[in-house]
Design a protein around this ligand. Structure first.
Ligand code: NAD
Length: 484
């Protein structure tokens, strides 16, 4: 692409698109081809200061609107995003390398739904009143102030909208810092916000990387809360700089999730469900089931059918409607994922399929990796316990429920899991013993937005989703009125 055809992104501060005054820019690459098609500003602390100041100025006015008025604004943004549904899908597919069909059904659709859902939740909040013999207590949910919203590259607008909607819905103003690898739909959100005429400063956007923009945003003394989604090691840094300032912090971090397959499962549905769970978005979803534990008596049959289904996945051009698997986000990430395949061999694993880069003809510059299934590893090996975040699934045998539980819990992560059985009682009993924030029985990523979302152990701190988001993005205050 010629230099003049590149898109140069701007920040959005105090209701204006602000051109980057610094000299540092980063290339935005298409993961499928490796071609540069846009430039993202690498903003620094001065820009963060301006954005936080704009948010701070706007907060009292915005926070004094009624919840219903704020919910109306969320609906206006949802309507505007819905009118750009196809553009969201196209940008997201190009920016992340994911198949266009997935960008429509998952990213575009959820980004609109997030705004509508939280508009509804905010309108439907019930008053909380507690009477005693001689007093009445009531609870106020006040805005926290200015929020820093930091998001990763795997589900860019899906995750940003999941934070923006409840944050502003509860009366906060925000500064968004999306991943520098996938900035395009955050820009689209700012265009939507601008075109509906949202009051200036309520939503601000600063592009940049973690060190230059993310860290100063978290550390900023005028930022009152931080909602961070990303890797566990970044989460550690965010927590350590936010904690001494007593900021409210929510950390949605990495995962290494188990899919547990019992002998009495419906084989066909389970294979389909576990393949989807392992490889959706090229395995780049924090909830992906990347370790599959299978009861010994059906292991051989399951392995054969599983590998057959994985080999049938169509990998290729993300803009092709029939593509099921696209490219990985970056060269560096591809290298990391391939490193784990090499490690699996050192750790005694057998590659049942994949393991190689695969280059769809005409897309040679992209970050391609064949979906990979590995057997024979110890469930305690690094490959079976560390987050790979790519199209790599390890298979493990178990004989008893206790053994399955020990394997399911032997990682530092505790985000999600799925259990496959026709005995729902056993499924519930087993599921409740897994050290995890979320578990599905005979399903995966079957989302109800009202439920708590988040992890235990190194997968994070706190919960978002439904009323948990409303709680996180507000300060609950008790007023006690003594009766005369
Ligand atoms: P990352 O931690 O590298 O980056 C996430 C965001 O943090 C980016 O915007 C980045 O610029 C910013 N950042 C980096 N260093 C920072 C710092 N020191 N201070 C403040 N911000 C900083 O993660 P990633 O590679 O973009 O995303 C992949 C990870 O995200 C995986 O581990 C995945 O499991 C996790 N994830 C978790 C969830 C969840 O809900 N639990 C959802 C999606 C992704």
């Amino acid at each position: 692409m010629d230099e003049q055809d590149l898109v140069y992104l701007t920040n959005y501060i105090g209701g204006s698109f602000v051109e980057h005054s610094g000299r540092d820019w980063m290339d935005v690459l298409e993961p499928a081809t490796g071609r540069v098609y846009a430039k993202v500003p690498l903003s620094g602390p001065g820009t963060i200061d301006s954005a936080v100041e704009a948010a701070r100025e706007a907060q009292p006015g915005w926070g004094s609107l009624s919840p219903d008025d704020r919910a109306d604004w969320l609906d206006k943004i949802a309507d505007q995003l819905e009118s750009s549904y196809e553009e969201i899908a196209l940008l997201e597919s190009r920016d992340t390398g994911k198949p266009i069909s997935l960008a429509r059904s998952l990213d575009a659709s959820r980004s609109v739904t997030n705004f509508r859902f939280f508009a509804g939740m905010i309108r439907e909040q019930e008053p909380e009143i507690f009477d005693t013999d001689d007093s009445t207590n009531y609870v106020l949910y006040k805005p926290v102030g200015v929020g820093a919203l930091i998001t990763p590259w795997n589900l860019p607008l899906y995750l940003l909208s999941w934070k923006v909607a409840p944050a502003i819905g509860m009366g906060n103003t925000v500064v968004c810092k999306p991943s520098e690898l996938t900035p395009m739909t955050a820009d689209l959100l700012m265009r939507a916000v601008d075109s509906v005429g949202l009051p200036a400063g309520v939503i601000n956007l600063v592009h940049g990387d973690g060190i230059g923009a993310g860290a100063p945003l978290v550390e900023h003394p005028d930022v009152d809360l931080v909602s961070f989604t990303g890797g566990t090691s970044t989460g550690e840094k965010v927590a350590s700089s936010a904690a001494p300032m007593f900021k409210k912090v929510s950390l949605e971090l990495g995962g290494k999730n188990s899919s547990i397959v019992f002998a009495d499962c419906d084989m066909e549905d389970t294979v389909a469900g576990v393949v989807r769970s392992g490889f959706l978005n090229q395995g780049q979803v924090c909830l992906c089931g990347s370790r599959v534990l299978v009861e010994d008596s059906i292991y051989d049959e399951f392995e054969e059918k599983f590998v057959e289904s994985v080999e049938a996945l169509s990998i290729g051009d993300p803009s092709d409607e029939s593509t099921q698997l696209g490219a990985l986000i970056s060269k560096e990430h591809l290298q990391k994922v391939r490193g784990y395949v090499d490690l699996a061999l050192e750790e005694g694993g057998t590659i049942l399929t994949g393991g190689e880069p695969c280059l769809p003809s005409d897309l040679g510059g992209g970050n391609w990796m064949a979906p990979t299934v590995i057997s024979g590893l110890s469930p305690h090996s690094r490959c079976s316990t560390e987050e790979i975040f790519g199209p790599v699934v390890t298979l493990h045998r178990f004989e008893t429920d206790d053994e399955a539980l020990e394997i399911a819990n032997c990682t530092r992560y505790g985000l999600a899991g799925s259990v496959w059985t026709s005995n729902l009682e056993r499924g519930r009993r087993f599921s409740e013993s897994i050290e995890t924030g979320m578990v599905w029985i005979n399903a995966w990523l079957h989302r109800d937005l009202r439920v708590p979302f988040g992890g235990v152990k190194d997968s994070g701190v706190g919960r978002e989703g439904g009323k948990w988001s409303l709680g996180f993005f507000s300060e609950a205050m008790n007023v006690c009125v003594k009766h005369n």
